[in-house]
Design a protein around this ligand. Sequence first.
Ligand code: CP3
Length: 356
Amino acid sequence: MKDAKPFPVLKNDNLLRAARGEVVDRVPVWVMRQAGRYLPEFQELRKQHDFFTVCRTPELACEVTMQPLRRFDLDASIIFSDILVIPQALGITVEMHAGVGPVLPQPIKVPEDLKRLTPDGALSRLSYVGDAITMMRHKLEGRVPLIGFTGAPWTLMGYMIEGGGSKTMSKAKAWLTEYPEDSKLFLSLLTDSIVDYLEMQVKAGAQMLQVFESSAEHLSKEDFLQWGVPYLKRIRDELVDRLTKKAIPVVPMTLFAKGAGHSLKEQSELGYDVIGLDWTVDPIEARNLVGPNITLQGNLDPQDMYRGADELRDLTTEMVHKFGKSRYIANLGHGITPQTPITSMEVLVEAVHKAL
Ligand code: CP3
């Protein structure tokens, strides 16, 4: 360990308590993409530095991670990075184009291209994320927990085949039917890298982990159960196994499978502590499906952040009332969008804390 200094003692542990089903002082709230373009200070910093330079420079990643905490009374921080750092570490070029999003100029088109991937040494090429996490734990001074994250196998496979975001993920879906065996190999290879990566994040100081299966929305229930779930289960099982063998405490884990509200029961049986919900899911129905021993996270429509303060306050309060104070982490149902007014974040956070 480079930085052997003990981490500061955690003061606000409501997020971790909620994840473990313990009593909380207040409903914890954080927001997916809480560090991002809706903040002028983020935009300012991005004018000087390329997106992946920010990710790769621990001082910059920590500065951006800290930005939302300076403004809002949030109950968690999430390390600034991107899910596409794993494809990069596997030898695939990823560029961030303004107004477009991620672009992978040399995508994986056919099974033969899988030979281009370089899983050996991938973890060492991601060490900058560990460095940023360790630095951030110190900079946080125990104020709130630090969440680490990864993309899930199907979601990463999708970006790597499509060469970027896609409205349909049709090329990636075509792989599942045209090259089922190679698809399994691809997903397995990604799963292995993800487990290594999450273990490294925990060793570096991540206090909770979230797995983003953002592209679950493109799969039918049957396909999600075949191409998403087994690998999501492997991630959880293998990580717990590895940490336990090394006597490293297991941290709570969240699965956020956007658009997979059709499989909440199945998701709740994978060993994750927290299931993230998008806004298409009704909180009460979700609770009935997952039972009492899973924590739910979510799920306000990010678009509701564009409503007037009174309406937003009412919607947030109603949401918290539906979920209740136990086993609940308030969040949006997906990432906050770039034009969101800053005052909406203030209203959201305050309304969550005041609701119960
Ligand atoms: O939540 C946080 O504050 C941590 C930061 C974070 C980013 N990306 C920073 C980012 C997290 C958790 C992610 C995860 C991520 N990245 C996901 C999963 C979550 C989700 O939204 O479904 C996905 C699919 C990606 C891939 C990705 N990165 C896309 C599709 C885009 C473009 C979309 C957009 O908002 O422009 C990015 C770019 C990105 N990642 C930005 C940020 C702040 C904006 C780019 C910029 O600064 O120029």
